[in-house]
Unconditional design. Structure first.
Length: 180
């Protein structure tokens, strides 16, 4: 049986307080993956196991995100062994840094809708839009990577953005009408 620590109650409060930010952080690092909830559970277990190492008065969310980052990296390593296409470590680190610094508190429904809509995209479309908007790759860089013209990449991105915009509008309308 695990021993109790003096700040257990506070750790539980902080986990609950930052749970939605953790979920959003993981969705940003694992877009379109059904395993987000599994990684979230694993992250929560590691946080609990390492709770004695957390120093009260320091930034809990940053500490939690660093643990989550390592859990996501382990997830992608496992996917790589299974021959699924992982996000390269350099891109994962960049996405994690961006997500951690921008924060997710208060983004609310729009972010949730965007995450849900991104998950509905074909994997190649999802990868294209994420490399463009999260990793900051230019259409020219993407064209070189994909062996396409820069113009065809721009057209694809425009089409994908329209799909996402319409999807988000539908989801917002459904929420407003109480259907979701």
């Amino acid at each position: 049986m695990e021993s109790s620590h003096p700040n257990d109650d506070r750790i539980v409060q902080l986990i609950v307080k930052h749970q939605s930010a953790l979920r959003a952080f993981l969705i940003a690092l694992m877009p379109g993956r059904a395993d987000v909830e599994d990684v979230m559970q694993e992250t929560s277990m590691v946080i609990w196991q390492k709770r004695a190492k957390f120093e009260p008065g320091t930034d809990f969310k940053a500490w939690m995100f660093s643990i989550a980052r390592f859990q996501v990296m382990a997830y992608w390593r496992d996917q790589k062994r299974r021959r699924e296409s992982p996000i390269p470590d350099s891109l994962l680190n960049q996405l994690a840094d961006q997500a951690a610094t921008e924060g997710f508190e208060g983004i609310g429904e729009r972010y949730r809708h965007l995450g849900e809509c991104i998950q509905t995209l074909r994997p190649e479309d999802r990868g294209l839009v994420l490399r463009r908007h999260l990793a900051g790759a230019t259409p020219g860089q993407l064209a070189d990577e994909l062996g396409r013209t820069s113009n065809s990449v721009r057209v694809s991105l425009h089409r994908i953005r329209n799909v996402l915009r319409l999807c988000m509008l539908r989801r917002a309308k459904m929420m407003k009408e109480g259907l979701s």
